[in-house]
Design a protein around this ligand. Sequence first.
Ligand code: GDP
Length: 140
Amino acid sequence: MTKNNFTLTLIKPYAVEHGYVGHILARINEAGFRISAMKYTQLSREQAEAFYEVHRNEGFFGRLIEFMTKGPLVVALLEKENAVGSYRRLIGATDPDKAEDGTLRKLFGASVELNAVHGSDSDENARREAAFFFSRLEIF
Ligand code: GDP
């Protein structure tokens, strides 16, 4: 399997609404990631459902789609060696209560549902998610 040097992050609507974008981007930069693409967008219901397709049969799917389409979010590609694993460590566990101190989800998340950021969970998903959000012309 090809190894990526990038991952995809979403700063979710909850974190945007609470004014955390600048703080989160600062920590991403301090952790040594280079931002190779970034934009502000709002997901339609159809787009959010496609992005979270694997969770369609989960009980929380409806709430997840509601939460992800509520307002604008920031989407970015982050470049670093072993980016997927490195960024998953920086963001911490899905549930902020279980995330380690200093992780983005611990610092900026409120609950499993309101968890501030997304990070791709595999190289394959990072490639899929990058293609979902960005054209070649938007990646630098
Ligand atoms: P992640 O890869 O760490 O983001 O976790 P998952 O892929 O398992 O879940 C995707 C997203 O679905 C999470 O980031 C949460 O926003 C949401 N989610 C996951 N588990 C739950 C849950 O038990 N309840 C609710 N309401 N949302 C959840």
